[in-house]
Design a protein around this ligand. Structure first.
Ligand SMILES: [Ca+2]
Ligand SMILES: [Ca+2]
Ligand SMILES: [Ca+2]
Ligand SMILES: [Ca+2]
Length: 480
């Protein structure tokens, strides 16, 4: 019996659907029964930025859509205003979204709230939508409202949504970029590229507020999204700057988020990455032996303990048994405390010797230490947390031995100084002759310095000119 009924219903249904469709198409305007999708197409109107638009919700289930074309990259804020009523209930919901319906921001307006505004939201030049509808409560108001999308043009502002490293907003080095955590769970990723080894510092600024809660957390991440360093900024701390952080060339991210939900601050912030090229610098992260920064003898390297828990490992090689002197220098700070501890370790990480450098002393030395051939580590850390200084230090390992040094291209290298020892002498002429004869091959930088007549080739005329310079017959090369 049951089966028979079901079958008969099935045969009847298509007819009913067709009938319903005919009925619906006969009475096309029925706003109370429109779906969100049909609302979008019938109820969307274009809205210019920086101009007030008035409107009202014609029905309990109506949504008004506004299409907003941003003429340039920058940031917007949305103002929503209406007459002030007595009830303290939410009657309007304002939603900002992208064309693919990805919601960017949503807020509500209460009946007794004459004006509400969104925080500043960074957006790229594109088309966006604002929807006005009733919040998910029973309150409904068909009173007039005014909507205004304020747009400010800026080429140095975050572009939402940038909540993952994949969507990071590219940032220019040495320039402030604006942004805001428009929601408590907003995360802002910026990306930057270092084309050469060097060091950066990050500056973070915002208006000063009378509260000591941490409103922002700023994290530096490397290409693999591994955190290199992270620091907070409190509401009442309008400027924070990190120590110099040595980094190797590559891609990096700066991520800004709220450390805690209750201390979220939606006001604008500014963030800047200052960069300087430097080939003789620690490379963070170098907090363990496996990631130690390689250094060579008789060269000064700079580094810093960017936080009280930072540890810096260096590795160097003794080509044979000999004496070394380790020098550690820094700017002085008036406090009379140990600021740095320097520990020498063997290749297995066993301590050989250590010494400290006090904050109020310009440096400290470990002298005349005899070491066998092999690899060694130096560890720099903080002996006592409260005595931390984030100032740069300069570390040098002096020894009669010279490490085999990689030929670093010296941008200041002068024409004729092929071996880059700061002088033009007969050794340079010999190098040129050897390279012409094929006994020696020169690097690209050396070839550039060797071509002293500037004819694009290294030939006997270049060697001749270098010899003449050595003898004092000429005072400058044709290329100079
Ligand atoms: Ca943001
Ligand atoms: Ca974001
Ligand atoms: Ca360091
Ligand atoms: Ca380190």
């Amino acid at each position: 019996m049951l089966t028979t009924i079901t079958t008969s219903k099935k045969t009847v249904l298509p007819g009913l659907v067709i009938l319903l469709l005919l009925v619906t198409s006969a009475f096309t305007t029925a706003p109370e029964f429109q779906s969100v999708e049909s609302d979008f197409f019938t109820n969307v109107s274009k809205a210019d930025v920086n101009r007030s638009i008035s409107g009202y919700l014609s029905g309990r289930y109506t949504s008004n859509y506004y299409e907003i074309e941003l003429p340039a990259d920058g940031y917007i804020s949305i103002d929503f205003e209406h007459e002030e009523f007595e009830e303290d209930e939410n009657a309007w919901r304002i939603t900002l979204f992208e064309y693919n319906e990805n919601e960017i921001y949503r807020f509500s307006s209460r009946l007794d709230e004459r004006k509400v505004s969104s925080p500043n939201i960074g957006l790229a030049s594109d088309t966006y939508y604002v929807r006005i509808d009733r919040p998910v409560t029973y309150t409904f108001s068909d009173e007039d409202y005014n909507l205004r999308v304020n747009h400010t043009e800026s080429r140095h502002w975050e572009q939402e949504p940038n909540d993952t490293a994949l969507n990071a907003t590219p940032m220019s080095l040495n320039r402030f970029h604006g942004g805001s955590l428009h929601r408590f769970d907003d995360e802002d990723y910026f990306s930057f590229d270092l084309t050469a080894d060097g060091y950066i510092s990050i500056e973070f600024t915002h208006e000063r507020f009378d509260d000591s809660a941490n409103g922002w957390r700023i994290s530096l991440l490397n290409e693999d999204r591994v955190e290199v360093y992270s620091f907070p900024s409190a509401w009442n701390e309008p400027e924070v700057a990190t120590a110099n952080i040595g980094l190797e060339r590559g891609k990096y991210f700066v991520k800004i988020d709220s450390p805690l939900i209750y201390s979220h601050n939606s006001n604008d912030y500014g963030v800047r990455v200052n960069y300087n090229q430097d080939s003789y610098r620690e490379i963070e992260p170098n907090d363990d032996r496996a990631s130690a920064t390689e250094i060579t003898l008789n060269r000064s390297y700079r580094g810093s303990l960017h936080s009280s828990s930072d540890t810096d490992y260096y590795i160097f090689e003794m080509p044979g048994r000999g004496d070394v002197t380790i020098s550690f220098e820094h700017d002085t700070v008036s406090a009379d405390r140990s600021g740095w501890r320097i520990t020498l370790l063997d290749r297995d990480g066993v301590r050989i010797d250590s010494f400290s450098s006090r904050l109020n002393e310009a440096g400290a030395y470990l002298e005349e230490l005899e070491l066998d051939a092999g690899k060694y580590y130096l560890r720099i850390d903080n002996p006592v947390t409260y005595a931390h200084s984030k100032a740069d230090y300069v570390l040098t390992i002096n020894s009669g031995y010279t490490s085999p040094q990689p030929q670093e291209p010296d941008p200041q290298g002068m024409p004729g100084d092929i071996n880059n020892d700061g002088r033009v002498n007969i050794q340079d002429a010999v190098l040129v002759i050897q390279s012409i004869l094929g006994y020696e091959s020169l690097t690209a930088d050396q070839r550039e310095r060797a071509d002293v007549d500037g004819n694009g080739r290294i030939d006997v005329n270049d060697a001749n000119l270098i010899i003449q310079m050595t003898l004092g017959h000429i005072s400058r090369f044709p290329v100079e």
